[in-house]
Ligand binder design. Structure first.
Ligand code: SER
Length: 313
């Protein structure tokens, strides 16, 4: 990785990954791209920023050529719940967008990172200790896009020798940029509600257990995988990675350790509940541990402590 393009740089992951990459590889070696006209000053003040619609392959190619990009970290995507409200647009952004990235990478010999998700699994997948290699029959457009993406990345590696790599992320929790339109967003919203109002109304049932991860671990996972020895990677494009697994009631109980008056009520959203019910409760991430040394630093207790500290600030 020398000159890196980050698509979706203004999003939940991109807004934290871009500064981390700039710190490591130099400000002018990391090009941020996003659809926002006016992104956060931090992105534009510390290095190049390009406005990019990922469906516009010619514009993408121009950026890759102009900056002589050798690695594309492709984060631009619609999250699960919002994808269900507009499946046609979700196909275009999530699948055509990735296809544009892979084709541009093929022509310019770039490496590619693609984030898959727990959404790549479906109702027939074993929900506990979900194996690395298992049945994947998701019934959401988001999940269909993620499985297709995993397969496409494998194909471009096998067929064209492209260095494609990827992770299946669980729900990601962070305080810098809100996720927006995901099924696991409650685990971010709850912290703001707890600090501001000591009350949160959760749209998932109290016992809906899902895999989760704190953003610093997600950033480390991307950096570690992208710099891992290629010869050790058998599962290039879809490593299960997780850090913890909890339900809304367990998260609320942990928050109560710091904010004893915190109250949680429930008003279930059938769309997001159905999506959550089709996802794993806990993934087996031993392939990532074995092939490139994955290990999370944050568990539920340290995540809650750190989130509350930063949000209070
Ligand atoms: N956090 C994502 C979502 O809820 C899952 O990848 O859509």
């Amino acid at each position: 990785m020398k000159t890196i393009l980050v698509t979706g740089a203004t999003g939940q992951i991109g807004s934290e990954l871009t500064p981390a990459l700039r710190k490591r590889y130099g400000n002018n070696s990391v090009i941020a791209a996003g659809h926002r006209k006016q992104p956060d000053a931090e992105l534009t003040n510390t290095g190049p920023y390009c406005r990019l619609d990922i469906e516009d392959v010619a514009a993408l190619a121009r950026i890759v050529e102009y900056y002589r990009i050798d690695t594309i970290i492709h984060l631009a995507s619609l999250l699960s719940a919002v994808a269900e409200t507009d499946p046609q647009r979700a196909w275009s952004v999530n699948i055509n967008g990735l296809f544009n990235v892979l084709e541009t990478a093929r022509k310019h010999e770039c490496s590619v990172f693609f984030p898959s998700s727990i959404g790549a699994f479906g109702p027939q997948t074993p929900a506990f200790d979900t194996p690395q290699d298992t049945i994947q029959r998701p019934d959401t457009l988001y999940g269909i896009g993620k499985v297709s993406g995993e397969l496409l990345c494998d194909y471009y590696h096998k067929r064209y020798g492209l260095d494609t790599r990827g992770l299946r992320f669980p729900g990601l929790i962070s305080y810098k940029t809100p996720p927006g339109g995901g099924t696991t967003d409650y685990a971010v919203e709850i912290f703001y509600a707890a600090v501001r109002r000591q009350h949160y109304t959760c749209y998932l049932k109290p016992d809906t257990q899902l895999d989760m991860m704190y953003m610093p671990d997600a950033i480390d996972a991307i950096l570690q995988l992208m710099t891992a020895d290629a010869e050790r990677l058998t599962h290039r494009n879809a490593f299960n990675v997780t850090a913890m697994s909890f339900s809304p009631e367990q998260l609320a109980a942990q928050i109560r350790q710091h904010i004893p008056n915190f109250k949680m009520s429930y008003k279930v959203d059938p769309l997001r509940q159905a999506i959550a019910d089709s996802w794993p409760r806990h993934m087996d991430d031993s392939a990532a541990r074995q092939e490139w040394g994955w290990q999370a630093r944050y568990d539920l207790a340290t995540l809650v402590e750190d989130m509350l500290e930063h949000i209070a600030e």
